[in-house]
Design a protein around this ligand. Structure first.
Ligand code: FBP
Length: 272
């Protein structure tokens, strides 16, 4: 039999990518980490402030949880691409790594999502259940023609070191094998390790997780290294909204991600 339709729309044809690249602004920290992440820049606690930041032309998608999408996205539907982060759990949970599915693909589509996101903690004692939940999410997302971004985070009893290059390469491979269009991974520590990660991901695009806030040069250098190693962009939260001038760092990221600029040129843009 000849296969005719995999129901898979290339991610490059979706609003989440521009010129094959992605720059996702992540803003689910109020759930994942709590108000502590907003202390540095108090206005970042206001979702309206972050939606405004997400209208920057460099941003190809804003990742938020259900309540924030419901309450704020309607006012920004023309300007912001919505990446519905479907699962998530608070930092107060002390059990083995797991993540509650907080909204369905159907409901996310009804709210206006352009893409869906799902965290998989491989190595956790809950990996099997999470992978089964991912299967249902993935196949329903295909029905809705929505791309799927996996937050590929190995964590839990089976993982001694979640930043080890081999562990991150495995996570990226798992995203490919399970059908994710995009795999969001931690930086594995070096250009060579990132190259291996992107190679293992095959046609699944790899985007780098921003991580905790760093100074401009250190952050931008890491982004440059990841891009040169084959990453398709990044998903960044704290390194944007914990800055007093979040638009400036987005100006710099736009140059690095979409225009292949040097770190020095991007730094100049961040200072302007
Ligand atoms: P950051 O750029 O701030 O790291 O955000 C990316 C992200 O994946 C968020 O979506 C999520 O809330 C957070 O990181 C999870 O961070 P942690 O590594 O502490 O679980």
């Amino acid at each position: 039999m000849v296969a005719t339709d995999t129901r898979m729309r290339p991610i490059d044809d979706t609003p989440l990518a521009r010129d094959g690249k992605l720059l996702v602004l992540a803003y689910d920290h109020g759930l994942e980490h709590g108000p502590v992440d907003f202390e540095a820049v108090p206005e970042s606690a206001d979702p309206e402030h972050v939606f405004d930041v997400a209208t920057h032309p460099a941003v190809t998608g804003l990742a938020v949880q259900k309540g924030i999408a419901e309450a704020y996205y309607p006012s920004y539907a023309d300007e912001v691409t919505l990446l519905a982060k479907l699962n998530g759990t608070s930092n107060l949970w002390m059990g083995e790594y797991d993540s509650a599915l907080n909204w369905s693909v159907d409901y996310a589509a009804e709210v206006g999502a352009d893409a869906v996101g799902f965290t998989l903690y491989s190595g956790s004692n809950h990996e099997v259940e999470m992978a089964e939940e991912f299967r249902a999410v993935h196949e329903r997302a295909r029905d809705h023609d929505l791309p799927v971004v996996m937050w590929s985070y190995p964590r839990g009893q089976g993982v001694k070191n979640d930043t080890k290059p081999g562990v991150i390469a495995y996570a990226a491979r798992q995203a490919l094998e399970l059908g994710a269009d995009v795999s969001k991974v931690k930086y594995p520590g070096s250009a060579a390790a990132m190259e291996r990660v992107t190679e293992m991901a095959g046609r699944t695009k790899v985007i780098m997780s921003g991580g905790s806030k760093r100074d401009d040069r250190a952050f931008l250098e890491r982004v440059r290294t990841a891009m040169d190693a084959g990453a398709a962009g990044l998903a960044v939260g704290r390194n944007v909204f914990q800055r007093d001038q979040p638009r400036r760092i987005l100006d710099a990221l736009e140059l690095l991600v979409f225009e292949d600029a040097t770190v020095d040129r991007a730094l100049d843009a961040a200072k302007r």
